[in-house]
Each structure stands twice: as structure tokens, then as C-alpha cells.
Design a protein around this ligand. Structure first.
Ligand code: 13P
Length: 251
């Protein structure tokens, strides 16, 4: 049975003090929640303090990116070895903002996914179509290309460790959530691609999150869909109260 995972993506927000304050509040708000995985993606600078702040709780910490090498002459980059060493367990990869502003390709994201897995980090692979893709009827094709590209060369055993996040670009930060029906249709199509790649049994085990204007008041309807197994939450993950409500909608 696949696990429901609610992850927050803070993006480029929060100083260390802000991060620790939010996590301290969140810890209390979600204490006792056992059947939902809870993850917070903090900026690199706050990761170490974030890990310490959630110690002994049910909250795990994610990085929002990494470079796919152990170490070396890559000025300004952060390696999976460094993330592991401080207790980070997840890493968000291939977010649409990285694809758009930093020109990340499926091949590069695939390198990162494989490298993260080899270090025991759980990748959250983001995929999703732009508005023009949806309007041109290319939604499934775009997601298929990104899923196949991002997960190329993985074994079935590796694939079941990955979390996929479907984030339609037109729904990110816009307040325009995909309706539960539209999101479910795309999640189903993504699971079909996973089944083609890794077999039906593995595809059933893979958590597929929905992301894009998830809020406390729409989370329950989205999470009630058969193929929506969690959420990747931007804006509403910045405050403990709203994020805790979304977590509880997944219970
Ligand atoms: P919003 O929830 O702010 O739309 O952001 C979604 C997102 O990009 C999470 O990765």
C-alpha cells in the first residue's frame, strides 16, 4: 500500500530563525499523526537547523535541489553526501522553477535522481505541463516525457523509492488549483506510464503527489481521489497552522 506524503516546499523563503520557529510550531500541531508522511523542504542555509528542530518528531527534512556528484570543483553547489551527513532524508528534484529559470533538462534531472538514490535520499521528482501544453492537448505527452526522462534507467526496486509530484505549472502560485477530477485524470495517466516502465505492481506502490495551489480548504477533495497520494505544497506550507491542516486532510 502506497503512503500518503504531504511535503512543503518553502522555496527561497525563511531565515534560520524563521525556519526553526515554524518547525517548532508544526511539531506540536502534527504530534501524533502517524499514517501520513510529513516533509518540509527548507532552503540549504536552514537545513541543518531544520533537522535539529524536528529531531525525535514525525517530520522529515528535504533539500530543494542538489548537484549529482559526491564532491569536487562545482562552485556554489551542494552534494548528496553533504545532505546525508546532516540528516536530510528527501530531495525535491526537477521542480518547474528549476526547469524554467535554471534550464534543467530531463537528462540532468535523471542524473540527480539516480545519484540521490545511491546516497539513500528519497527523490521527489516534479513533473507537470504548462498552460500552453494543456491547451494544445499535450498534457499527457509532456508528463510522459518528463516521467520517462527523469526515471530512465532505474530498476523496479529503485523506482518504488521515488516520490513523483505532479505539479501543473499553471496551478503553481496562481490560486488556480486543478479540479480534483482534472488532477485525478492526469495522475492516472502518470501511473500508467510508471506501469509501462516498471510494471503494474511497482506503479501501485509509487506515491504520486499533487502540487499547485494546495490549501487547507481544497486538500481533502484532492486527496480523496484514488491516484492522488499526497501533496507538494508551496505557499500554504510557510505557516504551521495551514500546513498542519493539509497534513490532517491526508489522515
Ligand atoms: P503553491 O502551493 O504556492 O502553488 O506552490 C506549489 C509548488 O510549486 C510546490 O512545489
Amino acid at each position: 500500500m502506497r503512503k500518503t506524503i504531504i511535503a512543503g516546499n518553502w522555496k527561497m523563503n525563511k531565515t534560520n530563525a524563521d525556519a526553526v520557529a515554524m518547525l517548532t510550531e508544526l511539531k506540536a500541531a502534527v504530534a501524533g499523526v502517524e499514517n501520513v508522511g510529513i516533509v518540509i523542504g527548507a532552503p540549504f542555509t536552514a537545513l541543518s537547523d531544520a533537522v535539529k528542530a524536528v529531531e525525535g518528531s514525525n517530520i522529515k527534512i528535504a533539500a530543494q535541489n542538489m548537484y549529482p556528484k559526491a564532491s569536487g570543483a562545482y562552485t556554489g553547489e551542494v552534494s548528496p553526501e553533504m545532505l546525508k551527513a546532516i540528516g536530510v532524508e528527501y530531495v525535491i528534484l526537477g521542480h518547474s522553477e528549476r526547469r524554467e529559470y535554471f534550464h534543467e533538462t530531463d537528462a540532468f534531472i535523471n542524473e540527480k535522481v539516480k545519484c540521490a538514490l545511491s546516497y539513500g535520499l528519497t527523490p521527489i521528482l516534479c513533473v507537470g505541463e504548462k498552460l500552453e501544453d494543456r491547451e494544445a492537448g499535450r498534457t499527457d505527452l509532456v508528463n510522459e516525457t518528463q516521467v520517462k526522462g527523469g526515471l530512465a534507467g532505474l530498476t523496479k526496486e529503485e523506482a518504488v523509492k521515488v516520490v513523483v509530484a505532479y505539479e501543473p505549472v499553471w496551478a503553481i502560485g496562481t490560486g488556480k488549483t486543478a479540479t480534483p477530477e482534472i488532477a485525478e485524470e492526469t495522475h492516472k495517466a502518470i501511473r500508467k506510464v510508471l506501469a509501462e516502465m516498471f510494471g503494474a505492481e511497482a506503479a501501485e506502490e509509487i506515491t504520486i503527489q499533487y502540487g499547485g495551489s494546495v490549501k487547507a480548504d481544497n486538500a481533502k477533495d484532492l486527496l480523496a481521489q484514488a491516484d492522488i497520494d499526497g501533496g507538494l505544497v508551496g505557499g500554504a506550507s510557510l505557516e504551521a497552522e495551514s500546513f498542519a491542516k493539509i497534513v490532517k486532510a491526508g489522515m
